[in-house]
Write a protein that binds this ligand. Structure first.
Ligand code: NAP
Length: 285
């Protein structure tokens, strides 16, 4: 039985399967979600329900957050019954949500004022790797803090990589999501160009995936393109958020502006809650 008692906040597409893996590995997990009925999946898997983020700080050794964006994370840390509402010396908070490097540094400073350890730990990988426990976890913290919580990362991911202090992991996450955005925009444009010139999407996907241009993400997204169905694994609105954060953090390359404009237009057209691959629907118009 694992000894660390864990609290988890944020039971969306990623949070629920990650909690399930921690429970299966023998961790004792208490959960909190703003919308209470989304806790049922984790409770059925063996988690207990907490009334507030502060309850988790009182009763757990480590509290993990997996929330939409910077505003949601700040609300959970700083709201009325927020994580930093009282002094909790010795406790550890791990933020696994994708937020700006500036927000990660800000949270690290505020935590250290209350003698709480903050670990910046965004993930690369989507719902399937979250279910399979094969996420790639990027860690920003001291080396000592990383070692303390590594057993948690060993359950959630196939690898965790300590990249530096808090904030550096958030930068690494924005960098990999820029590449994700480029990949999916390129895949969508390629399929549309091929179709418009008489090549079926089935044939074009085989050409891509059997050749050197195929990769993990082109293979994962092929089914949704073939079925023309885009239920959210990674919601398009979250990529718009991440590209915006990357731009704010100084990404100033020839493609960041058109890429962000393209995904933002898709969100504006109402595709924000569909999967990021729904960019192809926007580009077909
Ligand atoms: P999601 O399904 O949209 O879930 C978002 C979670 O945040 C929900 O639990 C939601 O609570 C909560 N939340 C939002 N605003 C809140 C607020 N103001 N106060 C309290 N709780 C709030 O998102 P997800 O796909 O799980 O992604 C979570 C994070 O992981 C994001 O930062 C995303 O960029 C990152 N990420 C996602 C993927 C992916 O493939 N999905 C992959 C890597 C990283 P309610 O239920 O009450 O709305």
């Amino acid at each position: 039985m694992n000894k660390l008692k864990l609290g988890w906040i944020g039971l969306g597409n990623m949070g629920n399967p990650m909690v399930k893996n921690l429970l299966n590995a023998g961790f004792d997990v208490a959960v909190y979600n703003r919308t209470k009925d989304k806790e049922s999946q984790s409770i059925e898997a063996g988690a207990t329900s907490a009334n507030s983020p502060q309850d988790l700080m009182e009763n757990c050794d480590v509290v993990l957050t997996m929330l939409s964006d910077d505003a949601a994370v700040k609300e959970i840390f700083e709201g009325l019954s927020g994580l930093l509402g009282k002094e909790y010396p010795g406790k550890i908070i791990i933020n696994m949500s994708t937020v700006s490097p500036a927000t990660s540094r800000y949270l690290a400073t505020n935590c250290s004022k209350r003698e709480v350890t903050f670990i910046d730990a965004p993930v690369s990988g989507s719902v399937k790797p979250a279910q399979d426990g094969t996420l790639v976890i990027l860690v920003g913290s001291t080396a000592e803090s990383y070692q303390k919580v590594k057993p948690i990362f060993d359950v959630l991911g196939k690898i965790s990589i300590h990249v530096g202090a808090a904030g550096v992991a958030s930068s690494a996450k924005l960098a990999i999501n820029y590449l994700l955005g480029l990949n999916l925009q390129g895949l969508a444009e390629t399929i549309i160009f091929a179709e418009n010139n008489g090549v079926s999407k089935e044939d074009m996907l085989s050409i891509i995936n059997e050749g050197a241009c195929g990769n993990g993400i082109t293979k994962i997204k092929s089914t949704s393109i073939l079925e023309d169905s885009y239920p959210a694994a990674f919601a398009l609105k979250h990529l718009v958020k991440d590209l915006g954060l990357a731009k704010e953090a100084g990404l100033n390359t020839p493609l960041i502006e058109p890429l962000l404009d393209s995904y933002a237009a898709a969100q504006y057209e109402g595709l924000g809650d569909e999967d990021v691959m729904a960019i192809i629907k926007s580009l077909r118009k």
